[in-house]
Design a protein around this ligand. Structure first.
Ligand SMILES: [Zn+2]
Length: 378
């Protein structure tokens, strides 16, 4: 019995490659053994005619809660080749979804930090040990996450004004940030209001996620955003979904915290994006995709990322800035040095589309091919 290895070379010809906001002249891109090759000869390769198409680096969704193979498949079909899971109560389930060939690469923060007895622990399945009991408990929390394989640290900051909140103090958040940085880990904080954003900024977190709906940011907060260079993952689709589902309710639960509905306006979330963008801070693309009944809104995997790109453009980013937030900039922030760009030696995570996304962001939906680690999946 002979087992002949299948062709491992693929050549995509006549394609324009997206790079740093512009499209190159038509060229050939070769995939070999899961990587992008410097040798662009088509000899012995399966040839894909990419004429008229645009090749993008595989898209990176920087905020999801993946719970099933179906979530990964939906993301992959939409050209999303890397998922950053920001908070998972069930590590066995999480680990079962990692390193699966032909599916998006799933990275995770594992269990999220919150106050002892928080809603996240009592209602949303996070373990008791994820409660951080003051600054002196921060190093223990980070050590446990690192031992479990968490690749970054997620911190849930609640607003003490909201009923039932068990918030982490700014001092505790700062201690978690210090411990995470000592361990070489990035910190991402969930913030739901101007108050919690300010707490995250004061504590020095690297990345904040969610653009709050409750009002405009004061001048001091705006100055701090610029000074710290904090990155934001606004999750505009989630914020829009929350506003749309408020209906007549007086209060709205946002992932464990209550916000007076009357004050919530989607334009405030867009304005927050504008503040970060105007300051020159990095704005990343993350959807908060989930199917949890405890979440205020269920953003779909895959499709949600294309919606988020369009929302970020509507909020003032150029199409290329939005796209960089789902490719090169996302890779840079999360330390994924093997992806996010199309260059020899990097992972062959690719999305082939029809059209020019630098002028019209909607064309990212016109997908004609997807490769994950060199495997064609769509
Ligand atoms: Zn989330």
């Amino acid at each position: 019995m002979t087992s002949e290895s299948p062709a491992t070379r693929t050549a995509i010809t006549g394609v324009r490659v997206y790079s740093s906001g512009s499209l190159g002249a038509p060229t050939t891109v070769v995939v070999e053994d899961g990587l992008l090759s410097a040798d662009t000869s088509i000899e012995g390769a399966v040839v894909i005619d990419g004429a008229g198409g645009t090749l993008l680096p595989g898209l990176i969704d920087t905020h999801v809660h993946a719970r099933s193979r179906g979530h990964l498949e939906a993301a992959g079909a939409a050209g999303v080749t890397t998922l950053i899971d920001l908070g998972s109560p069930d590590l066995d389930l999480l680990h079962s979804l990692q390193n699966l060939p032909g599916l998006p690469d799933l990275r995770s923060s594992g269990h999220s930090a919150s106050g002892p007895g928080s809603h996240f622990i009592v209602k949303m399945g996070m373990p008791v040990s994820s409660g951080v009991d003051g600054p002196s408990d921060a190093a223990r929390f980070v050590r446990e996450r690192k031992a479990e394989g968490s690749e970054l640290i997620k911190i849930l900051i609640e607003d003490p004004k909201f009923p039932g909140a068990k918030p982490l103090s700014t001092e505790t958040v700062a201690a978690i940030v210090t411990a995470a940085h000592d361990a070489g880990l990035l910190t991402v904080a969930h913030v739901v209001s101007a108050f919690t954003l300010r707490s995250a900024l004061d504590a020095g977190v690297d990345v904040v996620t969610h653009a709050a709906l409750g009002g405009e940011l004061d001048a001091e907060t705006q100055a701090l955003i610029a000074k710290n260079g904090t990155v934001i993952i606004p999750t505009l689709g989630m914020m829009h979904g929350i506003v749309e589902t408020i209906g007549g309710k007086m209060m709205m639960k946002i992932v464990g915290t209550l916000v007076p509905a009357a004050r919530m306006k989607y334009r405030f979330a867009e304005a927050t994006v504008g503040v970060f963008h105007a300051a020159g801070n990095t704005v990343l693309v993350g959807t908060d995709s989930n199917d949890s009944h405890e979440a205020p809104f269920n953003v779909p995997f895959g499709e949600g990322l294309h919606d988020e790109l369009a929302r970020l453009v509507a909020a003032g980013l150029t199409p290329s800035e939005a796209l960089d937030g789902a490719t090169a900039k996302a890779a840079d922030v999360f330390g994924l040095t093997d992806r996010g760009r199309i260059a020899p030696g990097l992972r062959a995570d690719l999305v082939l589309i029809d059209g020019d996304p630098t002028t019209q962001i909607a064309v990212t939906r016109n997908i004609t091919g997807v490769w994950i680690g060199g495997d064609r999946v769509g």
